[in-house]
Write a protein that binds this ligand. Sequence first.
Ligand code: JCZ
Length: 248
Amino acid sequence: MRIDIITIFPAFFDALDISLLGKARQTGLIDLQVHDLRDHTHDRHRTVDDTPYGGGAGMVMKPEPWGDALDAVLPQATDAAAGPAVDGPLVIFPSPAGVRFDQAMARELAAEEHLVFGCGRYEGIDQRVVDHYAARTRVRLVSLGDYVLNGGEVAVMAMIEAVGRLIPGVVGNPESLVEESHENGLLEYPSYTKPASWRDLEVPPVLLSGNHGAIAAWRHDQQLERTRRVRPDLLPEANAENTHSTRG
Ligand SMILES: Nc1cc(-c2ccc3cc[nH]c3c2)n[nH]1
């Protein structure tokens, strides 16, 4: 997979040189490039923002640097008249106004060949940037959650981690990707390791029994109990109630 990130804070992504994603980059599993938006400005002060039309607080990111930066990482943008290319890169702009990112979207993005992330700052990016590229390729506004960050970088870091770990070969043991929170729609079961007793706290005896059927059943029960307690909205019956019957 190829990933391009456009940001005014390229150093923010130095963390992607380490750990599993750093190794995936070194081995060529992921071709990740970080681009400084200011390299696509043409004035002495490398200006990327200006005051908002219509007034209001804060600054808006100018469209010209974004146009130059995105043109540099996208294949020759198709003519708008042809409509958005369905097979080209997927361009993602983090935004509080976006579709909520979740594990299902992470799995979807992990199947893409080329992702381009545009990190906004200030009050956001001139809307014409989104509109221009949405007419030529696939563009998605994505929210990390219902809270406000100062820019897109944290959201992009989280998405790249969630997506990158799903790419075959990035995580050593793919089995470890299966029994995780949200993989089967439920929260994960609690985990324990040695010592069997720690500060008078014991490991649940079933986990020491060697009875794999009983262990699997206990773990599933723990998933259900934890999901009911912490995230009842994830339970199948909660979703079943939300689907309106067609029988009137
Ligand atoms: N889920 C979420 C995304 C954001 C976000 C994304 C981009 C920008 C640009 C300026 N402020 C931003 C905030 N906040 N919360």
